[in-house]
Design a protein around this ligand. Structure first.
Ligand SMILES: [Zn+2]
Length: 291
């Protein structure tokens, strides 16, 4: 179909009670695998690019993503994940991204409000939507997204104040998830009760980050209770890396062509993408965007 803004994608998800998957496409292989699996399942989705991924891939990668979106029959948004500054966000907008996240959740509240508001003013002037973050998402280490060691739960009343003051289009909330995978002895628990209170308090779609370590049943429950965007990063990268390791260690030292090394890791990625699309209730939802 076309390139759409994050706001357009999430509005339909909110109306029909499902979640848009946002896949961190940190390489061309992850991008192609994601697009293929979403095409096969008729799933509207977001291509997410973290600033660290962008600096690795270089700016021209965004042009490739835009071209993918224009060739696709799906509604697709291209999103800056965890923008760290006003300058980073403006750069992403200049490259043609249709959605940006400004994450000042670790800064003092008033500073988070002020920077988010400034980003919203600039982004809205050119039709780009803004995701902000309040309360923090924990970090288990070894991910580009970062975070702090223990997540802080978002307070519903503060969320209401924050959305009203900043005018952000969606909000990433802290309800007990962490970026990356949890150590085996830690069992994360989502606080659905807090999510319910935030849903009641604010009038924008809510976003879940860092759900890799949570069981599928909890993620599905969060979607049912009002999460309209789920970020997926570690889950696709883990299977890609595992398969690639197998390819490299299979005893054939002559294996070197990318078109020989990467197809199996890409197939493994596609499988996870199809599963996530199903889990979020997003399969076949591209139909809702066609008039
Ligand atoms: Zn995140």
């Amino acid at each position: 179909m076309v390139l759409v803004s994050g706001k357009e994608l999430l509005a339909v998800a909110r109306e029909h009670n499902f979640a848009i998957p946002a896949y961190n496409c940190g390489s061309g292989q992850l991008l192609n695998a994601t697009v293929k699996a979403c095409e096969e399942t008729n799933t509207p989705f977001i291509i997410a690019i973290h600033p660290d991924e962008l600096s690795f891939l270089t700016d021209s990668f965004v042009a490739q993503c835009i071209d993918e979106a224009h060739r696709s029959r799906l509604p697709i948004a291209i999103h800056l994940d965890h923008g760290g500054s006003y300058e980073q966000v403006i750069h992403a907008i200049q490259l043609g991204m249709t959605s940006v996240m400004i994450d000042k959740s670790l800064a003092p509240y008033e500073e988070n409000v002020a920077i988010t508001k400034k980003v919203v003013e600039a982004a809205h002037a050119v039709g780009v939507s803004v995701e902000a973050e309040l309360g923090t998402i924990g970090n288990t280490g070894n991910t580009v997204e970062g975070g702090i060691e223990e997540g802080i739960y978002t307070e519903p009343e503060v969320a209401k104040d924050f959305v009203e003051k900043t005018g952000c289009d969606s909000l990433a909330v802290g309800i007990g998830t962490s970026h990356g995978l949890y150590p085996k002895d830690i069992k994360p628990k989502l606080r659905i009760d807090i999510l319910d209170d935030i849903v009641k308090a604010v009038d924008v779609p809510l976003v879940l980050h860092g759900g890799s370590g949570n069981p599928d049943s909890e993620i599905a429950q969060a979607v049912t209770h009002g999460i309209n965007k789920v970020n997926i990063s570690s889950d696709i990268k883990i299977v890609f890396a595992e398969k690639l390791r197998e390819e490299l260690n299979d005893g054939n030292s002559e294996k070197r062509e990318p078109n020989v090394l990467f197809p199996e890791p890409m197939k493994a990625t596609e499988k996870v993408v199809r599963q996530k699309n199903e889990l979020f209730g997003a399969v076949d939802k591209a139909n809702y965007y066609f008039n």
